[in-house]
Design a protein around this ligand. Sequence first.
Ligand SMILES: *[C@@H]1O[C@H](CO)[C@@H](O)[C@H](O)[C@H]1NC(C)=O
Length: 366
Amino acid sequence: MAVMGAFHFNEGIPISNSLLLLLLLLLLPAYVSPPLSLPIKPPPFRHSFHKLPHSQNYPLSNPSPAPPLLLLFLLHSGSGTMEHSSLSLLFHLLTLATYVSARPATFLQDFRITWADSHIKQLQGGTAIQLTLDQSSGCGFASKSQYLFGRVSMKIKLIPGDSAGTVTAFYLNSNTDRIRDELDFEFLGNRTGHPYTVQTNVYTRGKGDREQRVNLWFDPAADFHTYSILWNHYHAVFFVDEVPIRVFKNNEARGIPFPKSQPMGVYSTLWEADDWATRGGLEKIDWSKAPFYAYYEDFDIEGCAKPGPESCASNPNNWWEAPAYRQLSAIQARKYRWVRVNHMIYDYCTDKSRYPVTPPECTAGI
Ligand SMILES: *[C@@H]1O[C@H](CO)[C@@H](O)[C@H](O)[C@H]1NC(C)=O
């Protein structure tokens, strides 16, 4: 509020339309410019979620500074005496631009801690975080808004060494119980020298049980890698760096539900799940190696935020709906095949003991 005061309009301070227009022109591109390349995102996996404590609201220790657009908007709303002219239109454009949110600079700009404040530490001025798992607790965070279509991506450096029994999850979830939509990345730890497994799952209108597993072809604890989910009217695609590891196509025309009407929040958690995570629960967590640390940075959510204008999600001009994002490119398709042939270790589509009749989405192509 002290910050706001410095900028607050009152009748005595004339701020010309042209100055505001200039500000607008300077600020707008940062909020609407399309990404240069297709980025990446991650989610989690199922059993676990039921065991997680639910979104307790922790007070945020370092409120992030308000972005300039927000300042302008607040200025505007505070200025009851201003004429409703072109200025008003400009401000509507400004606020509209903020709904298609752009790359957040800091963790707290878009996220809040939902589980164990004490186990999430902000680093590098809040542009990165450290998650801790020890015998007392795991931890978790969630986006402040929900989104309908867009792309979520983060860079993650997973727990190094002996991470067996730990699970790091990154997912989108509509939080609507029986008709839940969800897109999950879950990183299952392993004994030193054995590969991390990425499990993905897709829930549409409450129906999940669509697990796939891929063993990572690199050490995800040695460096940061980008994990992302692209979600538009055509498909939901899970990426590990530039490699698509899963595609869930919109096959509504064939009667297969596709997530398209419920906004989803972005979530992440780090917890212990040694009853199932590593080699089906055979490998237990080694607490003598605790605390376990995972690191996140480059938080990036671009999508139609809810609450926000209804028209955003159906706007064909959103970059993530563009033709280039409606199907895999030839290069992406080649990478996708490479992963499936060389690194996929489980696919519910081919699990005859679970699904004697192949689920319809498995035969409807990518
Ligand atoms: C762990 O390593 C084993 C042996 O290399 C492998 O079979 C398994 O897929 C890996 N991942 C998990 C989560 O168990």
